[in-house]
Design a binder for this molecule. Structure first.
Ligand SMILES: [Zn+2]
Length: 137
């Protein structure tokens, strides 16, 4: 796996490639693995990313402490607010490999109308405004 394959997927399992901060026009965020000065404030001080660096794991799923309380808290937040589970994504990355997960995420967040990227936070296409309906639980 190359660094380029990894860089769209944060250690916690959030797909940076479809994040609102990555899709914004002004000062787009380079992603969790990008340069600190480009990152959204919340991501710059993320304890999970820092922990992954300290423990030298690429994905939290590789860690002996997985799933740790901070990761479970993030997952609860994402499930409640966005109907997404970074934790499940991380488990899948461990089982099927990060490349599989990245392909899946890229397909999932590609706009069926224009091929643009759909933001995972507001489920709206960054190019044409298409709205992706919420998935059933
Ligand atoms: Zn679109």
């Amino acid at each position: 796996m190359t660094l380029d394959d990894q860089k769209d997927l944060a250690p916690c399992g959030v797909f940076c490639g479809a994040c609102y901060a990555h899709l914004r026009k002004r000062k787009p965020c380079g992603g969790c693995r990008g340069r600190a000065e480009e990152k959204a404030a919340a991501c710059r001080k993320c304890r999970i990313a820092e922990c992954a660096r300290e423990r030298k794991v690429i994905y939290c799923g590789e860690c002996g402490a997985f799933p740790c309380p901070p990761l479970r808290a993030l997952d609860r937040n994402y499930r409640r607010r966005y109907g997404l589970s970074p934790l499940d994504t991380g488990v899948l990355a461990g089982e099927r490999g990060a490349r599989f997960v990245l392909e899946m995420e890229r397909r999932r967040w590609t706009c069926p109308d224009c091929g643009g990227v759909i933001c995972l936070h507001d489920r709206t296409c960054s190019l044409c405004g298409y709205h992706l309906p919420a998935e059933e639980e």
